[in-house]
Ligand binder design. Structure first.
Ligand code: BES
Ligand code: MN
Ligand code: ZN
Length: 480
């Protein structure tokens, strides 16, 4: 449900709960009616993420919200706002002065506060027969006059970025039968219409004609046809040209190299999280007045075993003419991205960035809280890292180690689609690098952070929408 975000000079009379920022040191706001010692006695030390709910029989519930010992940052405000919303539980209206704190400009503070609140309030409602009751509907940012205009601007941006992340989460959380490649393309048509994007959808025959052998090969075992979606955003006088490519494996069974029926397998409906992040990010570009042109390719198909499935030993020919010998049909993401990257670089963009739930190996290396970033151009990777810091969607760079390239050597084709048992995230990126030529390229492997097992700050259980806000920030800051 859309949350109504207001900016006000004072706390509205009817509000159910008031989030009162409290630092780890310094004065405790009098409105709480408790001393520092009393707060500490109740386990509240003012750390970011801590809250203390103080109900009242006569008025709104006051909630002490920790903001830490240091000067607030966008990240600490986002986390504090998320903690506030979680502490407020079923209450539908919250007012807070979090966005009024000095140290962060009003727009940045309001954006981060709204993002934290809205992302923490997110719930996948999809298929429950009874709709959930309660939860955030009205958020009021209480700020001084001087910060009102900035706060309004930032709050609007925060609503846009949080709604985009919610769209990506919804798509990831949908059961596979409710989001086939065709349905994803239909959804993209709807989103494009509502957000001023040009769209072109390529079907199976077109992909065959275009030489997209990766898409066709991965799709071979499936009763559902593939789709490639191309979205285009063009501002007046673009100051740069960015291409985004998303892995849209609607369901990854592993194919003939079938995955075991474990918990991980059940998460493979989320193997389209990269494509979802691209669609969601692009839906905001016009509203956020992005100054660069952005083209997005979403490579949508599932990966299924059947009598018609592609096999080990098969050789696929990709859009750019290169060939790969299949040694494991579960290494399918790189095969669909190979076509996407090939298509993406044809228009000679200033940079190309792909985002994909690509390898289990990156989870082994970095865990579930951060994505791996690799690429062929350090300045571009630095831009990705900067967008990551701004949005608190963590990335860590891994090396594109050329000494591992020979692990992909094949006796019959330009390469195999898998290397050895080690360094899987790097080897997958080396495979992708074959399809970008000299174009500056960065690759985000989001297999770890695509999903969260539990509610955790602004992450809600299930699909996280990871990468959506990072890609938005990257596009907004992008120059040739
Ligand atoms: N979609 C998976 C990667 C993945 C694993 C994403 C866990 C999210 C959570 C990918 O297609 C895959 O199966 N990769 C294989 C590659 C291997 C066969 C070289 C993997 O990582 O096991
Ligand atoms: Mn796979
Ligand atoms: Zn996959």
């Amino acid at each position: 449900m859309a949350v109504n975000v207001q900016i006000a000079r004072g706390t509205p009379k009817t509000v159910e709960s008031i989030g009162v920022p409290v630092g780890a040191h310094g004065a405790v706001p009098r409105s709480l009616g408790l001393s520092r010692a009393a707060l500490v006695a109740h386990g509240f030390e003012g750390k970011v993420g801590q809250t203390l709910v103080l109900p009242s029989t006569t008025g709104p519930t006051h909630i002490a919200v920790g903001i830490g010992a240091d000067k607030p940052t966008a990240s600490s405000l986002r986390n504090a706002a998320a903690a506030l919303v979680r502490a407020a539980g079923k209450r539908v209206s919250i007012a807070t002065s979090l966005a009024d704190l000095e140290g962060v400009d009003a727009a940045t503070a309001a954006q981060a506060t709204v993002e934290g609140a809205l992302l923490a309030a997110y719930r996948y409602q999809g298929l429950k027969t009874e709709s959930a009751t309660g939860g955030l509907q009205e958020l009021t940012l209480v700020v001084g006059e001087r910060r009102t205009a900035g706060a309004r601007l930032g709050a609007d941006r925060g609503s846009v970025t949080a709604s985009a992340a919610a769209l990506a989460r919804d798509l990831a959380n949908m059961p596979p039968a409710h989001l086939t490649a065709r349905m994803f393309a239909d959804k993209a048509v709807e989103v494009a219409g509502a957000s001023g994007l040009e769209i072109e959808v390529f079907n199976k025959d077109q992909l065959t004609a275009m030489g997209c052998g990766g898409m066709i090969g991965v799709n071979k075992g499936s009763a559902e046809p593939p789709r490639v979606v191309r979205l285009t955003y063009t501002p007046r006088n673009p100051r740069g040209h960015l291409v985004l490519v998303g892995k849209g494996v609607m369901y990854d069974s592993g194919g003939i190299s079938l995955k075991p029926s474990d918990g991980m397998h059940a998460l493979m409906k989320m193997d389209m999280s990269g494509a979802a992040a691209v669609l969601a990010a692009m839906s905001t570009l016009s509203a956020l007045k992005c100054k660069s042109s952005v083209v997005g390719y979403m490579m949508c198909t599932d990966n299924m075993p059947s009598g018609s499935a592609f096999k080990l030993g098969d050789v696929l020919t990709f859009r750019n003419g290169k060939t790969a010998e299949i040694h494991n049909t579960d290494a399918e993401g790189r095969l669909v991205l190979a076509d996407g990257l090939s298509l993406g670089v044809e228009a000679n963009p200033d940079a190309i960035v792909d985002i994909a739930t690509l390898t289990g190996a990156v989870i082994g290396a970095l865990g579930q809280k951060m994505a791996g970033v690799l690429g062929n151009n350090q300045p571009l990777i630095e831009r990705v890292k900067a967008a990551s810091v701004d949005t608190d969607e963590s990335v860590w760079q891994l090396p594109l180690e050329q000494r591992y390239r020979k692990l992909l050597d094949s006796n019959v084709a330009d390469m195999k689609n898998v290397g050895g048992p080690y360094g899987g995230a790097i080897i997958a990126a080396l495979f992708l690098s074959e399809f970008v030529g000299e174009t500056p390229w960065a690759h985000l492997d989001i297999a770890g952070p695509m999903n969260s097992e539990a509610d955790d700050g602004w992450l809600s259980r299930g699909g996280t929408g990871f990468g959506t806000r990072l890609l938005i920030q990257l596009a907004l800051d992008f120059t040739a």
